[in-house]
Design a protein around this ligand. Sequence first.
Ligand SMILES: *[C@@H]1O[C@H](CO)[C@@H](O)[C@H](O)[C@H]1NC(C)=O
Length: 410
Amino acid sequence: MSARGRFWMMLLLVLFALEVIDHGALASGRGLLQNTNLGGGGGICSAAVEPHGYKCQEFQVTTEDGYILKMIRIPEGRTAGGGGGNRPPVLLQHGVLVDGVTWLLNSPEQSLATILADGGFDVWISNTRGTRFSRNHLHLHSSYPEYWDWTWDDLVSQDLPAVVGLVFQHTGGQKLHYVGHSLGTLIALASFSQGKLVDKVRSAVLLSPVAYLSHMTTALGVVAARAFIGEITTIFGLSEFNPTEKAVANFLRALCAGSGIDCYDLMTAFTGKNCCLNASTVQLFLQNEPQSTATKNLVHLAQTVRGGILSKFDYGNANANMAHYGESRPPVYDLSKIPRDLPLFFSYGGQDALSDTMDVATLLDSLKLHDVGKLHVQYVKEYAHADFILGVTAKDIVYNQIVAFFRNQN
Ligand SMILES: *[C@@H]1O[C@H](CO)[C@@H](O)[C@H](O)[C@H]1NC(C)=O
Protein backbone atom coordinates (compact mmCIF):
# COMPACT_ATOMS: atom_id res chain seq x y z
CA MET A 1 0.00 0.00 0.00
CA SER A 2 1.03 3.59 -0.50
CA ALA A 3 2.96 5.65 2.01
CA ARG A 4 0.07 8.08 1.96
CA GLY A 5 -2.34 5.35 2.94
CA ARG A 6 -0.01 4.22 5.70
CA PHE A 7 0.20 7.74 7.04
CA TRP A 8 -3.55 8.09 7.24
CA MET A 9 -4.01 4.81 8.96
CA MET A 10 -1.37 5.55 11.54
CA LEU A 11 -2.74 8.97 12.23
CA LEU A 12 -6.33 7.85 12.50
CA LEU A 13 -5.52 4.88 14.64
CA VAL A 14 -3.50 6.83 17.14
CA LEU A 15 -6.26 9.35 17.44
CA PHE A 16 -8.61 6.52 18.10
CA ALA A 17 -6.24 5.17 20.71
CA LEU A 18 -6.14 8.52 22.42
CA GLU A 19 -9.89 8.58 22.40
CA VAL A 20 -10.09 5.12 23.95
CA ILE A 21 -7.62 5.93 26.68
CA ASP A 22 -9.23 9.29 27.18
CA HIS A 23 -12.68 7.89 27.67
CA GLY A 24 -12.57 8.02 31.42
CA ALA A 25 -11.28 11.55 31.37
CA LEU A 26 -13.98 12.59 28.92
CA ALA A 27 -16.67 11.17 31.13
CA SER A 28 -15.33 12.96 34.17
CA GLY A 29 -15.00 16.29 32.41
CA ARG A 30 -12.21 17.03 30.02
CA GLY A 31 -10.44 20.27 30.81
CA LEU A 32 -7.27 22.18 31.32
CA LEU A 33 -5.11 20.23 33.73
CA GLN A 34 -7.05 18.58 36.51
CA ASN A 35 -9.87 20.76 37.65
CA THR A 36 -9.77 24.12 36.01
CA ASN A 37 -12.93 25.07 34.23
CA LEU A 38 -12.09 26.97 31.08
CA GLY A 39 -15.65 28.24 30.87
CA GLY A 40 -14.85 30.22 34.00
CA GLY A 41 -12.23 32.20 32.10
CA GLY A 42 -9.19 30.31 33.34
CA GLY A 43 -6.28 30.01 30.97
CA ILE A 44 -2.87 28.41 30.82
CA CYS A 45 -1.39 30.92 33.28
CA SER A 46 -3.82 30.25 36.10
CA ALA A 47 -3.96 26.50 35.52
CA ALA A 48 -0.39 25.52 34.76
CA VAL A 49 2.04 28.31 35.59
CA GLU A 50 0.98 30.51 38.50
CA PRO A 51 0.27 27.59 40.89
CA HIS A 52 3.99 26.78 40.67
CA GLY A 53 4.97 30.26 41.79
CA TYR A 54 5.86 31.83 38.45
CA LYS A 55 4.64 35.13 37.08
CA CYS A 56 2.63 34.69 33.91
CA GLN A 57 1.05 37.04 31.38
CA GLU A 58 -1.49 36.32 28.65
CA PHE A 59 -1.38 37.98 25.24
CA GLN A 60 -3.27 37.73 22.02
CA VAL A 61 -2.24 38.54 18.50
CA THR A 62 -4.27 38.64 15.29
CA THR A 63 -2.86 37.19 12.09
CA GLU A 64 -3.23 39.08 8.81
CA ASP A 65 -5.93 36.61 7.81
CA GLY A 66 -7.91 37.27 11.00
CA TYR A 67 -7.11 34.40 13.37
CA ILE A 68 -6.80 35.50 17.00
CA LEU A 69 -4.02 33.57 18.72
CA LYS A 70 -3.42 33.37 22.47
CA MET A 71 0.09 33.33 23.86
CA ILE A 72 1.50 33.23 27.35
CA ARG A 73 4.69 34.67 28.74
CA ILE A 74 6.71 33.54 31.76
CA PRO A 75 8.89 36.64 32.06
CA GLU A 76 11.26 35.40 34.75
CA GLY A 77 12.21 32.53 37.00
CA ARG A 78 10.75 31.63 40.36
CA THR A 79 13.51 33.36 42.27
CA ALA A 80 12.15 36.71 41.11
CA GLY A 81 14.39 38.30 38.56
CA GLY A 82 17.56 36.77 40.03
CA GLY A 83 20.63 37.59 38.02
CA GLY A 84 19.02 40.79 36.76
CA GLY A 85 20.07 42.15 33.43
CA ASN A 86 18.79 41.11 30.09
CA ARG A 87 16.55 38.08 29.68
CA PRO A 88 16.76 36.77 26.12
CA PRO A 89 13.33 35.86 24.73
CA VAL A 90 12.57 32.25 23.79
CA LEU A 91 9.50 31.14 21.85
CA LEU A 92 8.18 27.57 22.29
CA GLN A 93 6.13 26.27 19.35
CA HIS A 94 4.16 23.03 19.77
CA GLY A 95 3.30 20.46 17.08
CA VAL A 96 0.09 19.28 15.40
CA LEU A 97 -2.94 17.95 17.37
CA VAL A 98 -1.67 19.44 20.64
CA ASP A 99 -1.33 22.95 22.10
CA GLY A 100 1.05 25.02 24.20
CA VAL A 101 0.09 23.33 27.48
CA THR A 102 2.21 20.32 26.52
CA TRP A 103 5.32 22.33 27.46
CA LEU A 104 4.07 22.54 31.07
CA LEU A 105 2.83 19.09 32.05
CA ASN A 106 5.79 17.79 34.03
CA SER A 107 7.01 19.34 37.27
CA PRO A 108 8.65 22.80 36.95
CA GLU A 109 12.04 21.14 37.50
CA GLN A 110 11.39 18.86 34.52
CA SER A 111 9.53 21.09 32.03
CA LEU A 112 11.45 23.01 29.39
CA ALA A 113 9.42 26.23 29.75
CA THR A 114 10.10 26.63 33.46
CA ILE A 115 13.68 25.41 33.20
CA LEU A 116 14.31 28.19 30.67
CA ALA A 117 12.57 30.78 32.87
CA ASP A 118 14.67 29.71 35.87
CA GLY A 119 17.72 29.77 33.60
CA GLY A 120 17.31 33.49 32.92
CA PHE A 121 15.19 33.48 29.76
CA ASP A 122 11.95 35.33 28.97
CA VAL A 123 9.70 32.47 27.87
CA TRP A 124 6.82 32.75 25.40
CA ILE A 125 4.45 29.92 24.46
CA SER A 126 2.23 30.05 21.38
CA ASN A 127 -1.01 28.22 20.52
CA THR A 128 -1.67 27.72 16.82
CA ARG A 129 -5.00 28.40 15.14
CA GLY A 130 -7.79 25.93 15.81
CA THR A 131 -6.51 24.77 19.22
CA ARG A 132 -8.72 25.48 22.24
CA PHE A 133 -7.27 28.90 23.18
CA SER A 134 -6.85 30.13 19.63
CA ARG A 135 -10.24 29.44 18.09
CA ASN A 136 -11.39 33.03 17.63
CA HIS A 137 -11.33 34.92 14.36
CA LEU A 138 -12.27 38.45 13.38
CA HIS A 139 -15.06 37.29 11.07
CA LEU A 140 -15.27 33.49 11.00
CA HIS A 141 -16.80 31.26 13.64
CA SER A 142 -14.98 27.97 14.15
CA SER A 143 -18.14 26.11 13.16
CA TYR A 144 -17.73 27.43 9.59
CA PRO A 145 -15.82 25.27 7.11
CA GLU A 146 -14.11 28.50 5.93
CA TYR A 147 -12.46 28.77 9.34
CA TRP A 148 -10.70 25.45 8.66
CA ASP A 149 -9.48 26.28 5.16
CA TRP A 150 -5.77 26.21 5.97
CA THR A 151 -2.69 23.98 6.13
CA TRP A 152 0.77 24.34 7.61
CA ASP A 153 1.55 26.67 4.69
CA ASP A 154 -0.63 29.17 6.53
CA LEU A 155 1.16 28.59 9.80
CA VAL A 156 4.32 29.53 7.87
CA SER A 157 2.85 32.60 6.19
CA GLN A 158 0.53 33.79 8.98
CA ASP A 159 0.81 32.29 12.48
CA LEU A 160 4.59 32.29 12.84
CA PRO A 161 5.13 35.88 11.65
CA ALA A 162 2.33 37.01 14.00
CA VAL A 163 3.63 35.32 17.14
CA VAL A 164 7.29 36.10 16.46
CA GLY A 165 6.30 39.71 15.70
CA LEU A 166 4.45 39.99 19.01
CA VAL A 167 7.41 38.73 21.02
CA PHE A 168 9.76 41.02 19.10
CA GLN A 169 7.53 44.00 19.80
CA HIS A 170 7.24 43.30 23.55
CA THR A 171 10.93 42.63 24.12
CA GLY A 172 12.37 45.82 22.71
CA GLY A 173 13.12 44.39 19.29
CA GLN A 174 15.44 41.65 20.50
CA LYS A 175 16.01 38.63 18.33
CA LEU A 176 14.48 35.56 19.93
CA HIS A 177 15.54 31.96 20.36
CA TYR A 178 13.08 29.47 18.86
CA VAL A 179 12.19 25.97 20.07
CA GLY A 180 9.92 23.81 17.92
CA HIS A 181 8.69 20.26 18.37
CA SER A 182 7.43 18.09 15.51
CA LEU A 183 5.29 20.27 13.17
CA GLY A 184 6.76 23.22 15.05
CA THR A 185 10.09 22.33 13.43
CA LEU A 186 8.67 21.97 9.92
CA ILE A 187 7.02 25.39 9.87
CA ALA A 188 10.18 27.07 11.17
CA LEU A 189 12.46 25.34 8.66
CA ALA A 190 10.05 26.19 5.83
CA SER A 191 10.01 29.84 6.97
CA PHE A 192 13.79 30.08 7.24
CA SER A 193 14.17 28.52 3.78
CA GLN A 194 12.17 31.44 2.38
CA GLY A 195 14.29 33.94 4.26
CA LYS A 196 11.35 34.67 6.57
CA LEU A 197 11.79 35.38 10.30
CA VAL A 198 15.58 35.14 10.06
CA ASP A 199 15.88 38.84 10.89
CA LYS A 200 14.06 38.20 14.19
CA VAL A 201 15.45 34.79 15.19
CA ARG A 202 18.80 34.44 16.90
CA SER A 203 18.90 30.64 16.90
CA ALA A 204 16.57 27.65 16.64
CA VAL A 205 16.22 24.32 18.42
CA LEU A 206 14.42 21.60 16.49
CA LEU A 207 13.14 18.68 18.62
CA SER A 208 11.88 15.55 16.82
CA PRO A 209 12.46 17.36 13.54
CA VAL A 210 9.89 16.69 10.87
CA ALA A 211 10.45 17.74 7.28
CA TYR A 212 10.61 14.67 5.09
CA LEU A 213 8.21 11.92 6.07
CA SER A 214 8.74 9.21 3.46
CA HIS A 215 10.22 6.68 5.85
CA MET A 216 7.69 7.03 8.59
CA THR A 217 6.63 3.45 9.17
CA THR A 218 5.18 1.55 12.06
CA ALA A 219 3.51 -1.79 12.67
CA LEU A 220 0.23 -0.12 11.80
CA GLY A 221 1.30 0.32 8.22
CA VAL A 222 0.05 -3.15 7.37
CA VAL A 223 -3.59 -2.16 7.74
CA ALA A 224 -3.43 0.99 5.68
CA ALA A 225 -5.37 1.45 2.50
CA ARG A 226 -5.46 4.25 -0.01
CA ALA A 227 -9.25 4.16 -0.05
CA PHE A 228 -9.41 5.71 3.40
CA ILE A 229 -8.19 9.07 2.18
CA GLY A 230 -11.24 9.47 -0.01
CA GLU A 231 -13.42 8.13 2.74
CA ILE A 232 -12.20 10.49 5.41
CA THR A 233 -12.64 13.63 3.35
CA THR A 234 -16.05 12.42 2.16
CA ILE A 235 -17.22 11.88 5.71
CA PHE A 236 -15.73 14.91 7.37
CA GLY A 237 -15.19 17.30 4.48
CA LEU A 238 -12.29 19.72 4.46
CA SER A 239 -13.25 21.32 7.75
CA GLU A 240 -12.46 20.72 11.39
CA PHE A 241 -10.73 17.48 12.34
CA ASN A 242 -11.65 17.07 15.97
CA PRO A 243 -10.27 13.78 17.32
CA THR A 244 -12.59 13.91 20.32
CA GLU A 245 -15.79 14.24 18.30
CA LYS A 246 -18.12 11.28 18.38
CA ALA A 247 -18.38 10.86 14.61
CA VAL A 248 -14.60 10.72 14.28
CA ALA A 249 -14.31 8.38 17.24
CA ASN A 250 -16.96 6.01 15.91
CA PHE A 251 -15.37 5.92 12.50
CA LEU A 252 -11.99 5.15 14.01
CA ARG A 253 -13.43 2.55 16.34
CA ALA A 254 -14.97 0.69 13.41
CA LEU A 255 -11.73 0.97 11.49
CA CYS A 256 -9.74 -0.35 14.39
CA ALA A 257 -12.07 -3.27 15.05
CA GLY A 258 -11.60 -4.42 11.47
CA SER A 259 -7.84 -4.08 11.49
CA GLY A 260 -6.76 -6.85 13.84
CA ILE A 261 -4.42 -4.36 15.52
CA ASP A 262 -4.16 -4.01 19.26
CA CYS A 263 -5.78 -0.62 19.68
CA TYR A 264 -4.62 -0.19 23.24
CA ASP A 265 -0.98 0.13 22.34
CA LEU A 266 -1.39 2.51 19.47
CA MET A 267 0.27 5.47 21.07
CA THR A 268 3.41 3.38 21.04
CA ALA A 269 2.72 2.08 17.56
CA PHE A 270 2.30 5.62 16.27
CA THR A 271 4.86 7.76 18.07
CA GLY A 272 7.38 5.07 18.81
CA LYS A 273 8.34 3.49 22.10
CA ASN A 274 8.73 6.45 24.45
CA CYS A 275 11.26 5.41 27.05
CA CYS A 276 10.79 7.90 29.80
CA LEU A 277 7.26 9.09 30.36
CA ASN A 278 5.75 9.55 33.81
CA ALA A 279 2.37 7.78 34.01
CA SER A 280 0.79 10.71 35.88
CA THR A 281 2.02 13.11 33.21
CA VAL A 282 0.60 10.92 30.46
CA GLN A 283 -2.75 10.99 32.26
CA LEU A 284 -2.57 14.78 32.40
CA PHE A 285 -1.63 14.86 28.73
CA LEU A 286 -4.64 12.75 27.79
CA GLN A 287 -6.96 14.97 29.82
CA ASN A 288 -5.77 17.99 27.85
CA GLU A 289 -5.05 16.68 24.36
CA PRO A 290 -5.57 15.98 21.50
CA GLN A 291 -6.61 19.28 19.89
CA SER A 292 -8.39 19.92 16.64
CA THR A 293 -6.66 20.76 13.43
CA ALA A 294 -7.84 21.38 9.87
CA THR A 295 -8.52 18.26 7.85
CA LYS A 296 -6.84 20.12 4.98
CA ASN A 297 -3.72 20.37 7.12
CA LEU A 298 -3.67 16.58 7.56
CA VAL A 299 -4.17 16.10 3.84
CA HIS A 300 -1.19 18.40 3.24
CA LEU A 301 0.91 16.32 5.65
CA ALA A 302 -0.21 13.17 3.84
CA GLN A 303 0.97 14.76 0.57
CA THR A 304 4.34 15.33 2.19
CA VAL A 305 4.58 11.66 3.12
CA ARG A 306 3.70 10.57 -0.37
CA GLY A 307 5.68 13.12 -2.29
CA GLY A 308 9.05 12.82 -0.59
CA ILE A 309 9.57 16.51 -1.27
CA LEU A 310 8.49 19.49 0.73
CA SER A 311 6.05 21.68 -1.14
CA LYS A 312 2.99 23.81 -0.63
CA PHE A 313 -0.47 22.25 -0.59
CA ASP A 314 -1.27 20.47 -3.84
CA TYR A 315 -4.77 21.35 -5.07
CA GLY A 316 -4.71 18.19 -7.15
CA ASN A 317 -4.68 19.54 -10.70
CA ALA A 318 -2.76 21.99 -12.82
CA ASN A 319 -5.61 24.47 -13.19
CA ALA A 320 -6.35 24.74 -9.49
CA ASN A 321 -2.66 25.03 -8.65
CA MET A 322 -2.32 27.68 -11.37
CA ALA A 323 -5.17 29.62 -9.79
CA HIS A 324 -3.52 29.56 -6.36
CA TYR A 325 0.17 29.75 -7.22
CA GLY A 326 0.44 30.85 -10.84
CA GLU A 327 2.22 27.54 -11.46
CA SER A 328 0.87 24.13 -12.39
CA ARG A 329 2.64 22.44 -9.50
CA PRO A 330 2.81 23.63 -5.89
CA PRO A 331 5.98 25.63 -5.10
CA VAL A 332 8.73 23.70 -3.31
CA TYR A 333 10.34 24.69 0.00
CA ASP A 334 14.08 24.36 -0.61
CA LEU A 335 15.67 23.76 2.80
CA SER A 336 19.17 24.19 1.39
CA LYS A 337 18.28 27.89 1.20
CA ILE A 338 18.19 28.24 4.99
CA PRO A 339 20.80 30.92 5.79
CA ARG A 340 24.01 29.03 6.53
CA ASP A 341 24.99 31.15 9.49
CA LEU A 342 21.73 30.64 11.39
CA PRO A 343 22.59 28.67 14.56
CA LEU A 344 20.58 25.42 14.59
CA PHE A 345 20.40 22.66 17.19
CA PHE A 346 18.70 19.41 16.19
CA SER A 347 17.79 16.69 18.65
CA TYR A 348 16.23 13.48 17.34
CA GLY A 349 15.46 10.07 18.75
CA GLY A 350 16.31 6.54 17.70
CA GLN A 351 12.84 5.24 18.65
CA ASP A 352 10.80 8.02 17.04
CA ALA A 353 8.26 6.56 14.60
CA LEU A 354 7.26 9.98 13.26
CA SER A 355 10.63 11.64 12.90
CA ASP A 356 12.32 8.61 11.37
CA THR A 357 16.12 8.60 11.45
CA MET A 358 16.29 8.10 7.67
CA ASP A 359 14.12 11.16 7.10
CA VAL A 360 16.22 13.16 9.55
CA ALA A 361 19.25 12.08 7.51
CA THR A 362 17.59 13.53 4.39
CA LEU A 363 16.89 16.74 6.28
CA LEU A 364 20.46 17.03 7.53
CA ASP A 365 21.75 16.27 4.04
CA SER A 366 19.88 19.32 2.76
CA LEU A 367 21.89 21.33 5.31
CA LYS A 368 25.27 19.83 4.41
CA LEU A 369 26.61 23.23 3.36
CA HIS A 370 25.56 24.86 6.63
CA ASP A 371 28.40 26.59 8.50
CA VAL A 372 30.01 23.81 10.54
CA GLY A 373 30.07 25.75 13.80
CA LYS A 374 26.41 26.72 13.45
CA LEU A 375 24.94 23.25 13.19
CA HIS A 376 24.61 21.09 16.29
CA VAL A 377 23.07 17.64 16.09
CA GLN A 378 22.16 15.43 19.03
CA TYR A 379 21.01 11.84 18.62
CA VAL A 380 19.23 10.27 21.59
CA LYS A 381 19.09 6.57 20.93
CA GLU A 382 16.37 5.65 23.43
CA TYR A 383 14.01 8.57 22.77
CA ALA A 384 10.73 8.55 20.84
CA HIS A 385 8.51 11.46 19.83
CA ALA A 386 6.96 12.41 23.17
CA ASP A 387 10.11 11.95 25.27
CA PHE A 388 11.45 15.27 23.96
CA ILE A 389 8.54 17.16 25.57
CA LEU A 390 7.46 14.96 28.45
CA GLY A 391 10.42 12.72 29.25
CA VAL A 392 11.49 12.71 32.89
CA THR A 393 15.13 12.49 31.77
CA ALA A 394 14.84 15.26 29.16
CA LYS A 395 16.34 17.90 31.45
CA ASP A 396 19.59 15.99 31.83
CA ILE A 397 19.77 14.67 28.29
CA VAL A 398 18.35 17.50 26.15
CA TYR A 399 17.30 20.68 28.00
CA ASN A 400 20.64 21.39 29.68
CA GLN A 401 22.17 21.28 26.20
CA ILE A 402 19.53 23.68 24.88
CA VAL A 403 20.28 26.18 27.65
CA ALA A 404 24.02 25.90 26.94
CA PHE A 405 23.40 26.30 23.20
CA PHE A 406 21.34 29.47 23.73
CA ARG A 407 23.90 30.94 26.12
CA ASN A 408 26.59 30.38 23.52
CA GLN A 409 24.71 32.59 21.05
CA ASN A 410 24.79 35.64 23.29
C1 LIG B 1 5.65 11.71 38.20
O1 LIG B 1 4.64 12.67 38.41
C2 LIG B 1 4.19 12.73 39.76
C3 LIG B 1 3.02 13.71 39.79
O2 LIG B 1 3.37 14.95 39.29
C4 LIG B 1 5.34 13.14 40.66
O3 LIG B 1 4.91 13.19 42.01
C5 LIG B 1 6.49 12.17 40.52
O4 LIG B 1 7.59 12.60 41.25
C6 LIG B 1 6.87 12.03 39.05
N1 LIG B 1 7.90 11.00 38.88
C7 LIG B 1 9.07 11.22 38.28
C8 LIG B 1 9.99 10.06 38.14
O5 LIG B 1 9.40 12.30 37.85
